[in-house]
Write a protein of this length. Structure first.
Length: 90
């Protein structure tokens, strides 16, 4: 497999300094940037899937007329959080 490069990125000296200031021991700026791009791609993919699921749910609700109230959703989420907090090791 052939490697390729991303376009050069012009940044302010302050941004470069900030990026360099958070590098872990032995980490290069190139490795940091590659990780940031990789994480950004994954986050965007997850956002797309989330939006697609939401649109699909909306379409299903419109067709069936079945909706879940915001209060019911919040109540279920609070219960789930409460159970997670009580079962989480300290």
């Amino acid at each position: 497999m052939k490697n390729t490069t991303l376009p050069p990125l012009r940044v302010s000296p302050e941004l470069r300094k900030s990026a360099e200031s958070v590098l872990e021991e032995g980490e290069t700026l190139s490795a940091f940037l590659l990780e940031a791009v990789t994480n950004g791609i994954e986050r965007r993919r997850q956002q797309q899937v989330f939006v697609e699921r939401g649109l699909s749910s909306r379409t299903r609700a419109l067709k069936t007329g079945r909706y879940v109230s915001a209060d019911a959703v919040v109540r279920k989420l609070r219960n789930r959080l409460s159970r997670a907090r009580t079962s989480a090791p300290e």
